[in-house]
Write a protein of this length. Structure first.
Length: 459
């Protein structure tokens, strides 16, 4: 009886501790990683590094000098040499460690063994990044960071750079318009496409840029951001009037650049430019970001007259995509489907959109429209997105690289409030004043009553 009582006294706290760890792993994976997963994985890595590298085929034969030194000082067996390991750097989501590759090895050798390393060290995923020739960094992710998205706190804001999502390797996905000027974003209903758009608008609202919207769903997506918009078209007729104004603005900016290129004998070389970013800051026009939501609505026609208007609008969009970057005009094109079946010019426009983000789509053809021409292997990843994970997407660009990302939840009210807060940053562009949306007057505050809030969904 005494032994049984002792076992119960010891087993109770142990069971409680185990249950608490299981609960933390399921509900608070970050806490579990910091308290349990990090020490365990570190011990596994340190204790099994050499044997794991050998099992993965990442070792090389030792040099003759090393063989002679080992035989002269010890009697132990001379084993193959793994890549030299650097200091282990813990993070809130995993571990980082740098490896110096042995002669004859390449980063692809380590990347091919990432799945084996993941299982050997008990982490969620392993990603390999080349730091410099001969040095790679292993990023070990301890848990699924896309299940509960938490953006890194230390993100430096910069002009035309907006952190909108989290990558599967726990690094932020930043929409950088200076690097990727135009982008195509596809996604079915309730896939999270609108959530992605909200983050973009809310992030750019804090910056000195002009925001222009074309929302042919009668403005239901972009109208809440009216206080911060310089122009808004809510149907194809208004879009047909707005696009020529943007073309004229682009042409005026090119005239400004060309006037600056009238090279005088005393003009320094660094002042000779081919885009607005080379102009002096006092002369530089404000950047313009054009959001086109449900782009397919611009292509749909019912009459011969509509077809002529459609062709003209598509031609203007293509011109903006081809020439807008140097003039500081950037395109963000969104839709559910986008392909040659939309009509003349669709494929040409898509070819000008460097960045691609594909949320959950209804068919494989839609995923191929977004990613098939830049990263064919990413198409299957886009088709595997589950409906239970809104906001999950596959992001790629014309370099062929791609990764899974997920946008954190942002309510429409919070995004609209951000636009109201920064409405004073709307730049003065006289050409766009006729298209400036009416800002609705906020109703007076009422005494709040009990409200039943549905589970938030994203579109």
């Amino acid at each position: 009886m005494t032994d049984l009582a002792t076992l119960l006294e010891v087993g109770g706290p142990v069971a409680t501790l185990g249950g608490g760890a299981a609960y933390a792993r399921a509900r608070h994976p970050g806490v579990y990683w910091s308290t349990v997963g990090l020490p365990v994985s570190t011990i596994r890595l340190l204790s099994s590094y050499g044997s794991v590298m050998e099992a993965c085929g990442l070792t090389v034969a030792p040099s003759r000098l090393r063989v002679l030194a080992v035989k002269a000082t010890t009697r132990r067996e001379v084993r193959p040499v793994p890549p030299r390991r650097g200091i282990i750097r813990p993070t809130t989501t995993g571990l980082r460690v740098r490896l110096r590759l042995a002669p004859g090895q390449e980063p692809a050798d380590v990347a091919a063994s990432a799945e084996r390393l993941r299982h050997a060290w008990g982490v969620h995923a392993v990603y390999v990044t080349t730091i410099k020739p001969g040095v790679v960094e292993l990023r070990l992710v301890g848990f699924d960071v896309l299940r509960q998205v938490r953006m890194p706190r230390k993100l430096r804001p910069d002009l035309l750079r907006v952190p909108v999502a989290l990558r599967e390797d726990a690094t932020p996905f930043i929409r950088d318009y200076r690097t990727v000027p135009h982008q195509l974003t596809l996604g079915a209903t309730l896939s999270g496409k609108s959530m992605y758009l909200r983050h973009l608008v809310a992030g750019l609202a804090r910056q000195p840029v002009a925001l222009v919207g074309i929302d042919c769903k009668r403005g239901v997506e972009l109208a809440p951001f009216a206080p911060r918009l310089s122009a808004l078209a809510t149907d194809p007729e208004q879009a047909a009037e707005l696009l020529p104004v943007l073309i004229k603005e682009m042409e005026d900016r090119y005239d400004l650049i060309k006037a600056r290129q009238g090279i005088a004998p005393n003009t320094p070389d660094e002042e000779i430019t081919s885009d607005i970013w080379g102009l002096p800051e006092r002369e530089r026009p404000v950047p313009v970001v054009l959001f086109v939501d449900e782009v397919a609505e611009l292509f749909l026609v019912a009459t011969k007259k509509d077809e002529e208007r459609r062709d003209e609008m598509v031609t203007q969009l293509i011109r903006l995509a081809q020439l807008g970057r140097a003039a500081g005009i950037y395109l963000e094109v969104c839709g559910q489907r986008f392909g040659a079946e939309l009509g003349k010019g669709a494929t040409m426009l898509r070819a000008q959109l460097t960045g691609r983000v594909c949320h959950r789509v209804n068919d494989e053809a839609s995923a191929k429209m977004a990613l098939g021409d830049i990263a064919p292997e990413a198409v299957s990843a886009a088709c595997a997105i589950a409906p239970e994970r809104p906001g999950l997407a596959v992001a790629g660009d014309t370099s062929g690289g791609w990764s899974r990302i997920r946008t954190p939840y942002l309510s429409l009210g919070d995004a609209a409030e951000t636009c109201r807060e920064w409405a004073h940053l709307v730049p003065d562009l006289p050409a766009l004043k006729p298209f400036r949306p009416d800002v609705p007057v906020r109703p007076p505050a009422e005494t709040p009553g009990p409200v039943v809030r549905p589970h938030p969904v994203t579109d």
